[in-house]
Design a protein around this ligand. Structure first.
Ligand code: ADP
Ligand code: MG
Length: 243
């Protein structure tokens, strides 16, 4: 196993609010890590520091050997290999589905239009939306938009995919389709870090579950360890509330 991501003593403060209090985390190639924890515990902040949407206050983050806090590191190059999917889909509404997916590959990696189009159609097929290539974003349901957002992130051929509550804003009947796409990705060996409240997904798909509370990793383990034998009282309390 090789390490894709290594976080050491990560601290993030906003003013005098210390949101991350010294996170240590390693993610191995092909591993699926699911992060759970109460609202406001720092999960999104942790994910956002991983591709430097937020700068760490102290500590280090090394991704595929690149220290992303090092000013000499070209963060845009690192980001090309990290796909990110948010709660809100952030698609460009003034473009078609196909144009959304082709945008980054054609602009950043300069793949030609024919190749980008072929890839976009393949990706749409993998998320179950092959007929939507020419559709306008406004015509999609929330669940379809989120699947397009996943396809768009995959278009850069990332090594790691980060998901921040990708199903939290969806109507219940849309959640399953999105989780199914994520399951397929995991089976294909994608390295994934997923923040979610979908405990069924965590149980089924995670190699490791991490419980974050109050800016720290309070407990981590296999899904069995975390869900069937939680040790930390706060984790027990959290599970009692969500399960
Ligand atoms: P979670 O994703 O676990 O719900 P967040 O990482 O979003 O938690 O937030 C953790 C804490 O950091 C909260 O107290 C939140 O108010 C604070 N916070 C998050 N982002 C910012 C920001 N950009 N500026 C100031 N405070 C922030
Ligand atoms: Mg969050």
């Amino acid at each position: 196993m090789s390490t894709r991501l290594k976080v050491t003593d990560l601290v993030k403060t906003y003013g005098d609010n210390e949101v991350l209090k010294g996170i240590n985390l390693e993610v191995q190639n092909n591993e699926v890590v699911v992060i759970i924890g109460p609202s406001g515990s720092g999960k999104s902040t942790l994910l956002r520091t991983l591709n430097k949407l937020e700068a760490p206050t102290s500590g280090s983050i090394v991704i595929d050997g690149y220290d992303i806090a090092d000013p000499k590191t070209d963060i845009n190059k690192v980001r090309e290999n990290i796909g990110m999917v948010f709660q809100h889909f952030n698609l460009f509404n003034n473009m078609t589905v196909g144009e959304n997916i082709m945008l980054a590959p054609t602009e950043l990696k300069k793949s030609d239009k024919t190749a980008a189009e072929k890839q976009a159609k393949q990706l749409l097929a993998t998320v179950g939306l092959e007929e939507k290539f020419d559709a306008r974003v406004q015509s999609l349901s929330g669940g379809q938009e989120q699947r397009v957002a996943i396809a768009r992130a995959l278009a850069m051929n990332p090594d790691i995919m980060l998901f921040d509550e990708p199903t939290s804003a969806l109507d219940p009947e849309m959640v399953g389709d999105v989780l199914e796409v994520m399951k397929t990705l995991a089976k294909q060996g994608m390295t994934m870090v997923v923040v979610t409240h979908e405990m069924g997904f965590a149980k089924e798909v995670a190699d490791r579950v991490i419980f974050v509370d109050d800016g720290n990793i309070q407990e981590q383990g296999t899904p069995e360890e975390i869900f069937d034998h939680p040790k930390h009282p706060r984790l027990q309390d959290f599970l009692n509330k969500v399960l």
